[in-house]
Design a protein around this ligand. Structure first.
Ligand code: DAT
Ligand code: MG
Length: 136
């Protein structure tokens, strides 16, 4: 069944000029980008988006990082796209993400306390619908 997911290109991806490369990989896989915009995230959007991580040690550094520059938000559609995009993205830690993935090919440990891992992708149908409502 066709489904949709929320993709964010995080400030590290935008700043490094990787927006086109990341969107190219999504399109090359055959997914459809149905909505796309660049914006500066608000604290309220990030509090809602990352509510599940509130209280964790990386929460505030993560939010501060996401406020540090513009992000690109996209709604991406396709059969199995929720898990499919997470496969394209690779593991959360860019240092151990496999080659061939966005995080594995383009990311690494920058020696900072935040994981600059380039992209976000929703992890379930429920998350996707919740997150799409936050960003669009
Ligand atoms: P994912 O983005 O792979 O879904 P997540 O939802 O567990 O990962 O975490 C959200 C973001 O928080 C993740 O992209 C980077 C950051 N993060 C997660 N675990 C972390 C950790 N142990 N140290 C630092 N940042 C972390
Ligand atoms: Mg997640």
């Amino acid at each position: 069944m066709s489904e949709r997911t929320l993709v964010l290109i995080k400030p590290d991806g935008v700043e490094r000029g990787l927006t086109g490369e990341i969107l190219r990989r999504i399109e090359a896989k055959g997914y459809t980008i149905t909505e796309l915009k660049q914006l500066s995230a608000s604290p309220e959007q990030l509090a809602a988006h990352y509510a599940e991580h509130e209280g964790k040690p990386f929460y505030q550094p993560l939010v501060d990082f996401m406020l540090s520059g513009p992000v690109v938000a996209a709604i991406v559609e396709g059969h199995g796209v929720i898990n499919g995009f997470r496969s394209l993205a690779g593991q959360t830690d860019p240092t151990s993400a496999a080659p061939g993935t966005i995080r594995g090919d383009l990311g690494r440990d920058w020696g900072e306390k935040v994981q600059k891992n380039l992209v976000h992708g929703s992890d379930s149908v429920e998350s996707a619908e919740r997150e799409i409502a936050i960003w669009f």
